[in-house]
Design a protein around this ligand. Structure first.
Ligand code: MRU
Length: 367
């Protein structure tokens, strides 16, 4: 996707130094654009923890490159022990997005299996590059699957399709295309008129800051709304479909996504608005059944609620929003039960949010 007309991925290997991984610093968007260098496993942990990179697929790919950096840091001794320590460290950076553990485990297995080959570092870098390439491919295919749903709606309505999305499950959360936004971009490129209602205006403003930014860069019509507006829009027929992303989806189809997603799903259900979740295979957790009980929900810094950051015309400033002594709770994610999900848009097609349908598309998830 594009920034000021130039094509970008969210992460890449530095052109003249393959020991440095570069990422777009998402803390700065949309006010400034900056690139952040990852040279060590600690840099990688910091980038994930501080949300320089964020979004389940991008977190996974960043951690994969982090394991490549872990190999470069190996100075001798017990390679297995070294890799497992670094893997645990990276996995502890953020708990909810399952892509992180999925990618780290694949990298550890790869290195241990290939430990005797020539140019192990080069091959490990290639493996991380492959994981990146498959996430791009997933986004592309998710876009094609979702496009067919938008096309159907457009055939019936014959007018602009209004899509509500929550948070940023766009290309910035992935590598390219995005998950929830991929069908939107595909429809826009096909000339189908689409308009996106953009929310997640608290606690981190990822809809307002990131989704609005990336849709704007691609010329997709959109309107930023506060998090509480979705239900009102649905009651008035102003939302044709909801598409959100996911950070972890259980084998039964329960969906963890940015806090507030569940309330959108309830409102959609009450108003018979289709509620779709777009996700790659790397976001399924086939080991978990009950999302509400089993998915770990990240609790983040109180400052994200107590304060707000904005642009004053020349610099970003942070101001306090609440009384100094008030307590704060800041849950990063919630779980939408499968019964509220109309369908899962995946790289292998559309499926229902239940075990049978998920395992039909992904037989490798069968135990
Ligand atoms: O890493 P975060 O907290 O920014 O991830 C949250 C999200 O962006 C979403 O919940 C998103 O919908 C899933 S990532 C494609």
């Amino acid at each position: 996707m594009h920034i000021d007309g130039k094509h970008y991925h969210t992460i890449w290997v530095k052109e003249d130094d393959s020991k440095i991984i570069q990422v777009i610093d998402q803390r700065l968007l949309p006010f400034r654009f900056g690139i952040y260098d990852l040279k060590t496993v600690e840099d990688t942990y910091f980038a994930i923890r501080e949300m320089i990179v964020r979004g389940a697929p991008l977190i996974g790919v960043t951690a994969a490159y982090g394991m490549y950096l872990a190999l470069l840091e190996f100075t001798g001794g017990d390679l297995k022990k070294h890799l497992h320590e670094k893997a645990d460290y990276l996995k502890s950076s953020r708990p909810t997005a399952v892509n992180l553990a999925f990618a780290v485990d694949q990298m550890v297995d790869f290195v241990l299996e290939h430990r005797l080959v020539d140019d192990l570092a080069g091959k490990t870098l290639q493996k991380a590059n492959q994981l990146k390439a498959s996430e791009i491919d997933f986004g592309d295919k998710i876009g094609e699957t979702g496009l067919t749903i938008i096309e159907e709606l457009y055939k019936k309505k014959g007018d602009t399709i209004n899509i509500l999305t929550h948070c940023n499950a766009g290309w910035l959360a992935c590598i390219d295309w995005g998950t929830a936004t991929a069908p939107v971009y595909k429809a826009h490129l096909q000339g189908i008129p689409v308009h996106v209602w953009v929310d997640e205006t608290r606690p981190r403003n990822q809809g307002a800051r990131l989704t609005a930014y990336e849709l704007g860069q691609e010329g997709v019509p959109h309107t930023v709304i506060t998090d509480n507006t979705g239900g009102h829009l649905m009651q008035h027929g102003l939302v044709d479909m909801v598409i959100v992303g996911s950070d972890r989806t259980t084998i039964n189809g329960d969906v963890a996504n940015k806090i507030g997603t569940y309330l959108k799903a309830l409102a959609a259900n009450d108003n018979s608005v289709p509620f779709y979740v777009a996700l790659p295979s790397s976001t399924f957790d086939p080991d978990l059944e009950d999302g509400i009980r089993d998915i770990p929900i990240e609790e983040r810094n109180a400052a994200e609620v107590a304060e707000i950051e904005g642009w004053d015309g020349s610099e970003t400033r942070t101001v306090r929003l609440i009384p100094e002594k008030s307590k704060v709770a800041n849950f990063g994610f919630d779980v939408t039960p499968a019964r509220l999900v109309t369908g899962l848009i995946t790289e292998r097609g559309l499926c229902e949010a239940n075990k049978q349908s998920i395992q039909y598309l992904f037989p490798e998830f069968k135990k």
